[in-house]
Design a binder for this molecule. Structure first.
Ligand code: ZN
Length: 227
């Protein structure tokens, strides 16, 4: 996989990392591609890398609902831990490369020339083994047939495909003008602002919004005290 043009290095080894198993993954982006970018974050003081190894990747994909649980179990049984760790490393590489693209392009509409930089995504999409299947959906006694995309989930590498797909969908379906970074001072979370007035500023009120409010209040109180 050749990613160029952006810094693909992972987080600094000097940053203390918290064990991802102690914290549920964060899904606040309102779009799956950005939720994937947010799979490394600093929810409180310490950085959490949810995809730090193969088991982390399996757990994150499960929480994200991107791979059926039975497929995750089957791949875990068929693969060695080293194979899964290798796929996790490639997922992180893909993620950090794509973060560079989003950081550079967010806040304005994408243009045709941007497609050139997305060539690595198209190369990965070429390897996807998706096929359609007719499935019957029965809800309250009414049967509806639906054409649904399926994957074979043969190899550990196939775990990369839903990640590639959500990044491709992000590029095709989201308005990059409304892709934003949380304004929290130390926050790295990205989200798509789907609010009507496009006034969303925070990953969440609980994590950053309230913290900013408290800081602003303290600043005002201090200014008043100083007259
Ligand atoms: Zn935030």
């Amino acid at each position: 996989m050749i990613f160029s043009g952006y810094d693909v290095t992972n987080a600094s080894p000097f940053v203390t990392q918290m064990d991802y198993r102690q914290t549920p993954a964060i899904f606040i982006a309102d779009t799956a591609g950005l939720d994937f970018l947010n799979s490394v974050a600093t929810p409180v003081d310490e950085q959490v890398e949810w995809i730090s190894n193969g088991e982390g990747l399996l757990a994150w994909l499960d929480q994200a609902g991107l791979v059926p649980r039975a497929a995750l179990e089957a791949i875990r049984t068929r693969s060695t831990p080293a194979e899964l760790d290798d796929v996790a490393a490639r997922a992180r590489e893909l993620r950090e490369w794509f973060r560079g693209f989003v950081r550079a392009k967010k806040g304005r509409a994408l243009v045709a020339a941007d497609l050139r930089e997305l060539e690595p995504l198209n190369q990965l999409l070429e390897r996807d083994e998706q096929h359609a299947q007719i499935v019957a959906d029965v809800a309250s006694g009414v049967t509806a047939f639906e054409l649904r995309a399926q994957r074979r989930w043969q190899t550990a590498e196939s775990l990369l495909m839903p990640l590639v797909e959500v990044l491709a969908r992000l590029v095709c379906d989201e308005d990059f003008t409304q892709i934003k970074a949380c304004e929290g001072a130390k926050c790295t979370l990205l989200f798509a602002d789907h609010t009507r007035g496009h006034a969303r500023r925070w990953c969440s009120m609980a994590m950053c919004g309230n913290r900013a409010k408290v800081a602003a209040h303290r600043k005002r109180a201090k200014e008043q005290a100083n007259g």
